[in-house]
Design a protein around this ligand. Structure first.
Ligand SMILES: [Zn+2]
Length: 360
């Protein structure tokens, strides 16, 4: 028995616990869509399914998924028509409540809508991306456009990911390049996470850090292989996006893939809505945050160029002054997430960085 009458000594029990939600089935490759019936059967999720897709993505892949499942399941569909996002989510939610499980077949907007709807009515969600444009295809994170810019939420993580490389390779190359840039941003996001750990004591996960960093590394090494409309490129990028999503699942947050460069991108969503894609903006931001970390920012810029992703705000139609504003506004977005942009950036230094690092 302890002689500690004033309760000064800590009880030495191990009381740490963690809950990680990972996808159970991941099928990536040529004609992977044909495997959907087998995936649904394997997961035994019920006899009725709601298939969410977009106007175009329904033609690209949604109808094929509907036909593949029609014989064995009670199939209903929900097509996103470009209406007000929150209202659309509510409608998708009502439709999901009538089904045993939900499949999202489409790009970012479709996947995010299906993910949130499934989460709100407690249904499992299968992600069938038609483009590899960001790491939301395999993570629980969803982003919703609002009047104040995009809001990132934790929703239903996919129980399965079925990524058909033939479908993904046929999407516009800009989307794939943006997905690559989102992965490259892991380099700076992980540095920001370690910085926050050293400075504020924020806990880090070594596994999540290593996986996120390695994923970005693989993409750096294969930057030469990323070509428009090549199935091999779609394969490399999709696998990397899944692996990034897994790193986030291990961490229990988006921290391994989202640092200052993501806050810069969110700030741009507010200041210059509709200009750049999420991943494109993150890649551009990563050039500055890598420079501030003292790392090889030129390697980031060169890889982005090879892949065909933009490296300057001008390339996405954003002027330098707006980029400066976004760098300064970044710290007000999720202020609890400490990054290198919180370390004394002034309007003058931001202006100098934009001038110096975003030259053609
Ligand atoms: Zn991202």
């Amino acid at each position: 028995m302890s002689a500690d009458r004033i309760n000064l000594l800590r009880t030495k029990v191990f009381d740490k616990s963690k809950w990680m939600q990972l996808p159970r089935d991941v099928v990536v490759g040529h004609d992977a869509i044909e495997q959907i019936p087998a995936v649904c059967e394997d997961l035994a999720l019920g006899d009725s399914v709601l298939i969410v897709s977009g106007k175009q993505t329904r033609d690209v892949a949604g109808k094929r998924v509907e036909a593949l499942l029609a014989g064995s399941y009670d199939v209903t569909t929900f097509t996103i028509d470009g209406g007000e996002p929150v209202e659309t989510i509510r409608k998708a939610e009502a439709a999901s409540a009538e089904a045993g499980f939900v499949i999202g077949v489409g790009g970012g907007r479709v996947i995010d809508t299906a993910k949130i709807a499934a989460y709100n009515v407690d249904r499992h969600f299968i992600s069938v991306p038609t483009a590899a444009s960001h790491d939301g295809i395999a993570s629980s994170r969803a982003s919703v456009p609002t009047a104040d810019g995009n809001v990132s939420l934790a929703a239903e993580p996919p129980i399965a990911v079925v990524a058909d490389t033939a479908v993904i390779a046929s999407a516009p190359h800009r989307l794939l390049a943006s997905g690559c840039a989102d992965i490259i941003a892991n380099c700076t996001a992980t540095l920001d996470w370690e910085l926050a750990h050293r400075l504020t004591g924020e806990p880090v996960s070594e596994y999540a850090l290593t996986l996120a960093r390695m994923t970005a590394e693989i993409l750096f090494q294969n930057a030469d292989l990323i070509k428009p409309h090549s199935e091999e490129s779609a394969w490399i990028v999709t696998k990397a996006l899944v692996s990034s999503g897994v790193a986030m699942s291990i961490a229990g947050s988006s921290r391994p893939g989202s640092g200052g460069e993501h806050k810069f991108s969110h700030a741009l969503d507010r200041l210059a809505p509709g200009k750049g894609l999420h991943g494109e903006q993150c890649g551009i931001g990563a050039i500055i945050t890598m420079y501030l970390h003292g790392g090889d920012w030129e390697a980031i810029r060169d890889s982005l160029r090879k892949i065909g992703a933009p490296t300057t705000p001008a390339e996405i139609g954003v002027d330098d002054e707006t980029a400066v504003e976004a760098l300064l506004a970044a710290r007000k977005i999720r202020p609890e997430r400490f990054t290198i942009l919180d370390m004394g950036l002034t309007p003058e230094s931001a202006r100098n960085l934009v001038k110096m690092l975003y030259r053609e």
